[in-house]
Structure formats: C-alpha cells, structure tokens
Design a protein. Structure first.
Length: 211
C-alpha cells in the first residue's frame, strides 16, 4: 500500500535509505521516478524540497533501533542527493558519531562538483565509506541519450568526479544499467573506463518498473 507521509528515511528489504531531494540534473531513460510514485510502497515524492538536517535527524532518531541493527545506510532517493551537499555531510557526520558500526554509501549521478563549482569529494571523505557513481555509458554521445543531462560536459564531469572520489580514497564504483531497451551499451568499454579512473565497476540489468 502506498504511504502518504514524506519518507525522508525509507527501508528496502529492511535496509535504510535516505531520500534527500526530488531534484536531479539528469533525466535518465530508466529512472523509476517517471514510472511510479513509490518504491516498495514508500512514497518518495516530497511535498516541498525544503527539508533541513533536523527533519532528517528526527526521522533517523525515530528509527534508531532499525538503524542500529543495519550494516549500511544509503543516500539514494527520487533525486540527486549531493545537490544537498551540506545536509548530506551533516547527516553523515551524525550517523558516524552515533552509529560507528554503520557503513555509509552514496548513490550519485556524479554531477556534484559541476553543480557546486568546487571539488566536494574532500567534504565526503571523512564520513562516507563508499560511493556509487552513475557512469551510464561508454562515451558522451550515448551518455547524453541515456541520461539527458541538464549540465554542460556532463560525461566528462562524471569521470572527473569519479577520479576525485578515488583520490580521496573513498571506495568508488562506476555503475551502468545494462539491457535498457533501445539503449545498448558497451560493458567492456565502460569497465575499462572505470578501471582507468581507479574505480570498481558494476553493471546491473534494467528492471522494468524499478524494483
Ligand atoms: S540520476 Fe538517478 S534520480 Fe536522476 S534521473 Fe537518473 S536515475 Fe533518476
């Protein structure tokens, strides 16, 4: 059943996720946002994109028992989490201080340095254990078709961001979505690019309707 409350924190298979924003600088052809309102019943659309760190900490505190029992928490929702860089850093710092066993991951489109016009990887490094960056394609032409970015030189920015995270010694994975109908990608070339940037590589198959 679809919940109506705003889920700043939500759970998939008992694993906690943080939903930072509904704004994104991509419009990926495989994005579940255009297909459905919810992920496993949790509504991920926010009434207003004005949530503060305190709003997030309130929901985290309300679910402290579940978080205590989790191994990892992931910043990933219906938008690009690193648009809210200050809040992400504050929340991650709180989580590290209060749940030291908890691994913290961010799933990102890799546009953050371009959005904030500075290298934000050093801000993440003290608190973030791993980061998954959507490489999405083997070259700019395919990337632009799949991701429909709203920023200039997005593919180069994504690659630069991956390298920035690697340089900060954050465990970095470049990811692609395979088997999206009509958008074939070259997995071997994508993996080569990821490795050349010093990152791990992961592909997952497209799942119609998200989850
Ligand atoms: S980067 Fe993520 S949230 Fe943004 S459009 Fe692509 S899949 Fe959706």
């Amino acid at each position: 059943m679809l919940e109506t409350k705003e889920n700043l924190l939500y759970f998939l298979d008992n694993k906690p996720y943080i939903n930072m924003t509904n704004i994104c600088t991509n419009k990926c052809v495989f994005c579940v946002r255009d297909q459905k309102q919810d992920v496993q019943g949790a509504n991920l659309w926010l009434d207003k994109d004005n949530k503060t760190t305190k709003d997030y900490l309130n929901q985290i505190i309300n679910h402290s028992k579940e978080i205590e029992n989790s191994k990892e928490i992931v910043f990933c929702g219906y938008g690009e989490p690193l648009i809210k860089i200050n809040e992400v850093v504050e929340i991650a710092k709180y989580l590290k201080e209060n749940y030291p066993h908890l691994k913290i991951r961010i799933n990102t489109n890799g546009h953050a340095n371009a959005i904030h016009k500075k290298n934000i990887a050093p801000l993440l490094a003290p608190y973030i254990d791993s980061i998954s960056v959507s490489l999405n394609a083997q070259n700019e032409e395919v990337y632009n078709k799949i991701s429909n970015p709203k920023i200039d030189n997005a593919y180069e920015e994504v690659k630069r961001f991956i390298r920035s995270c690697v340089e900060e010694k954050i465990r970095t994975t470049a990811s692609v979505v395979d088997k999206v109908p009509n958008y074939p990608i070259d997995l071997i070339r994508c993996e080569k690019i990821a490795r050349s940037l010093g990152a791990n590589f992961r592909s997952r198959d497209f799942i119609p309707n998200g989850y």
